[in-house]
Design a protein around this ligand. Sequence first.
Ligand code: THU
Length: 128
Amino acid sequence: MVTEQELINAAKEASKKAYAPYSNFHVGAALLTASNKIFQGCNVENASFGATNCAERTAIFSAVVNGEREFKKLVIFVDREEFTPPCGICRQVISEFSHDIEILLANNKGDIKRTNIRELLPLSFELN
Ligand code: THU
């Protein structure tokens, strides 16, 4: 079993890998799959700013290429006191794979704010 603290530590570790020379805003994400594996993500910026990939999507895409599509929990960590909720694009990408995923926002004081994708993206868009 993966503990919540392990997942938080994985997000924190991932934030140290962020490539963010333009914003200097280092985000780490850790995604727990239904098969109890952890996939880490960090933001990867680009001189053409729109090409930047957020930490959350990096983690999700890494999981998908490894054959995982069912996700239970996502932790997002930034080394500051304010929590960092996922941007709109990431909310849409998260909701593609799960409507039940729990999302934990972690700060540098060891506090956690718990939310979920239904709360962050109500009435989400789907093609069906
Ligand atoms: N960013 C993330 O990685 N995740 C979020 O939830 C919010 C924003 C990144 C994108 C960019 O590299 C930097 O933070 C500033 O927007």
